[in-house]
Design a protein around this ligand. Structure first.
Ligand code: KG4
Ligand code: ZN
Length: 342
């Protein structure tokens, strides 16, 4: 069956729309909101307003680039959650309105499942290698950190998750502490390349099973820097790159420790990473080198599919459509993953 899906993503501070036809990407348009940079984090109220301004032009552009009109679209997939409620409401309401005016059904998408299924987006002219089921996905974003076992396109089991901060949050908070701007992940990644990753060590969490914790290491960095600044007010400036490299290495060590445990427990050898932090070059290199050493098949998403995008929402919609999983028009967004029963 030939299927064309329009995807809409508005869970945080990126407004995005994409068109996918039979797993192949036709367009993926993104409007990022620069307004939050000056505040050092996403301001929910400003995010909703910016989505409201961006959504119509972004969706129109996605259809135009795909050379499709609404009559060619089989269904509208939209992010229902988790995310900022005001932001989600914009995408959800827009999808509903479009559904009523075009007569096309809507499909609700769990944003986290979208990140994972980004590995199945096919791009013309590219090697479209994708993981085989079952595979493990280390899902690392600004709001979540999970190890997920994926048995089929729509069959996920969360094997471990963070009990406090997400790893992306740890990157962002570290950057804030060092006055590096927002979002912090990409800046730390860049500075870390010039630094010595063994110069400093921070305290690592001792959390049972496959769960994570990132609030302790953040506090450890905070106290460490505070004490050093007392001796030398220029400590951060003089050690910026080494601090970034060391902190990043510790975060990656924490992530890898539990991932290795999950591999050991399951015997699964197809290993993927997804979410905003999967753009991190240190993490990508580490997954690849561990994979080579241990005989894994590793899967790193294309950079444009690491952070929030609508292509991942459209591909998830494609699989849900095939299972007849449509949403009613009175559906409401959900802000937390727990509301999905995850
Ligand atoms: O998936 P995402 O775009 O949004 C959420 O669903 O949360 O992830 C955003 C997170 C932010 O915390 C950002 O700092 C982090 O991804 N990030 C990175 C990198 N690029 C984005 N973290 C580390 N290294 C990067 N290169
Ligand atoms: Zn995300």
């Amino acid at each position: 069956m030939s299927l064309t899906i329009l995807g809409i993503e508005s869970s945080c501070d990126d407004t995005s729309a994409a068109v996918i036809a039979d797993e192949y990407l036709l367009s993926n348009v993104m409007a990022s909101q620069e307004v939050h940079r000056q505040y050092g984090g996403v301001i929910p109220e400003l995010a909703s307003r910016a989505h409201q301004q961006n959504i119509l032009p972004v969706v129109s552009q996605a259809l135009k680039l795909a050379q499709k009109s609404m009559k060619d679209i089989d269904a509208i997939a939209f992010t229902r959650g988790p995310g900022l409620l005001g932001s989600l409401l914009v995408g959800t309401s827009f999808a509903k309105g479009l559904s009523i005016s075009s007569g096309k059904p809507i499909i609700e998408i769990n944003h986290l499942q979208g990140h994972i299924l980004s590995h199945f987006i096919k791009v013309n002219g590219r090697d479209n290698r994708s993981p085989k089921f079952p595979f493990l996905c280390l899902l690392v974003s600004g709001g979540h950190t999970q190890i997920v076992r994926v048995d089929d396109y729509l069959k996920f089991e969360i094997m471990g998750h963070t009990i406090d901060d997400a790893v992306g949050e740890a990157f962002d908070k570290c950057a804030k502490l060092m006055n590096l701007g927002y979002p912090g992940g990409p800046v730390i990644d860049k500075l870390a390349k010039e630094g010595d990753c063994d110069k400093f060590r921070f305290s690592k969490p001792q959390i049972p099973e496959l769960n994570y914790s990132f609030s302790g290491i953040k506090t450890s960095l905070l106290y460490f820097v505070r004490d050093r600044i007392r001796e030398n007010p220029n400590f951060i400036e003089e050690n910026k790159a080494d601090l970034c490299a060391s902190f990043q290495k510790d975060l990656i060590d924490i992530l890898m420790k539990k991932l290795l445990l999950a591999v050991k427990q399951t015997g699964i050898r197809d290993i993927a990473i997804a979410g905003g932090v999967s753009a991190n070059s240190g993490l990508r290199n580490r997954i690849e080198s561990e994979g080579e050493k241990r005989g894994w098949n590793t899967f790193l998403p294309e950079f444009r599919f690491t952070t929030d995008n609508a292509a991942m929402i459209a591909i998830t919609g494609y699989y849900k459509y095939q299972n007849g999983l449509f949403a009613p028009l009175d559906i409401a967004p959900v802000s937390r993953a727990a509301e999905y029963g995850d």
